[in-house]
Design a protein around this ligand. Structure first.
Ligand code: AMP
Length: 286
């Protein structure tokens, strides 16, 4: 497995790989967990070569956010990639992603970038699209694997690729969860025992919304209220938002018409968690 630092080395490597077949690319911020591993396995099963990038992107963290505290363990991540059969890891220093004096494209996330995850994190999605655009520019044509766990990010990346005609196929990947339903996230490591025990409330809330949708509930406000109650009843959790959004526009909807996604965010004392679930059709519709 190659460990690459510079953008030039990566360009050369992926260009050579493309002569043999498709390049599978899994962009990450490191601190790899089983969610990342599932993206990597999928990439390996579908592409001739697999590349993982590890880069904690300063552009997507606000001044009051946890950039310095974001968990980092490159040696462990590199070993994990090796064990998973990855062909190369790109772990660049900041200046290889953001060369000084080069004005990189900054795709506009538009109004969706200001909602939900964008509300408390102004500029977050601008930073996400800037880095993803740059990573794609260096990697070149590829299949890129993204988790549904970050549904708003996935929505904006898919739209950027479509609008800019980038030579990249985005492959959405299902959220990987612990046995109590908590979606794996690098931030979970910060949770204390009690917080970890209660963190399953996000998935419980989403599951309740899914059950009601399956039972035929079409009023999004009822689903939102049910999710709020579930998280509100969890002592250490503070609800940030619960909503039902169209999967096609990522805008909140009043009526549950397909396809729609329930989304939640909650603050625990040590970490803020997000999750989402595509809602099923009513059982008697099938
Ligand atoms: P991150 O390192 O948090 O930026 O995540 C890198 C990629 O892994 C993103 O596309 C995430 O959506 C995806 N991801 C993170 N957690 C999970 C999970 N629990 N299941 C599936 N994909 C995930």
């Amino acid at each position: 497995m190659d460990l690459i630092r510079t953008a030039d080395d990566l360009r050369h490597l992926t260009a050579a790989w493309r002569a043999e077949g498709e390049v599978g690319f899994v962009p990450t911020m490191g601190s790899l967990h089983d969610g990342h591993a599932s993206l990597i396995r999928r990439a390996r099963s579908e592409a001739a070569r697999t590349l993982v990038s590890i880069f904690v992107n300063p552009a997507q963290f606000g001044p009051a956010e946890d950039l310095a505290a974001y968990p980092r363990d490159e040696d462990r991540d590199v070993e994990r990639c090796r064990a998973l059969g990855v062909d190369a890891v790109w772990a660049p220093p900041d200046e290889e992603v953001y060369p000084p004096d080069v004005a990189l494209p900054e795709p506009d996330p538009g109004p969706v970038g200001e909602t939900f995850e964008g509300v408390g994190r102004p500029g977050h999605f601008r930073g996400v699209l800037k880095v993803v655009h740059r990573l794609f520019d260096v990697t070149g044509p590829c299949r890129a694997y993204f988790g549904e766990k970050d549904a708003q990010q996935l929505f904006l990346v898919v739209r950027m690729v479509r609008e800019r005609n980038l030579p990249v196929t985005i492959v959405p990947c299902a959220t990987v969860r612990a046995t109590d339903g908590l979606a794996y996230s690098s931030r979970n490591a910060r949770l204390g025992d009690e917080e970890r025990e209660e963190a399953g409330c996000l998935f419980l809330a989403l599951s309740e919304a899914a059950e009601r949708a399956r039972a035929g509930e079409r009023d999004a406000a009822i689903l939102v209220a049910a999710m709020g109650r579930e998280i509100g009843a969890t002592p250490l959790a503070r609800l940030d938002y619960a909503a039902v959004v169209s999967d096609e526009t990522f805008e909140a909807t009043d009526r549950v018409t397909e396809p729609v996604r329930a989304i939640v965010a909650a603050r625990f004392p040590s970490a803020r968690l997000i999750d989402n679930l595509l809602l099923p059709r009513p059982a008697d519709d099938r």
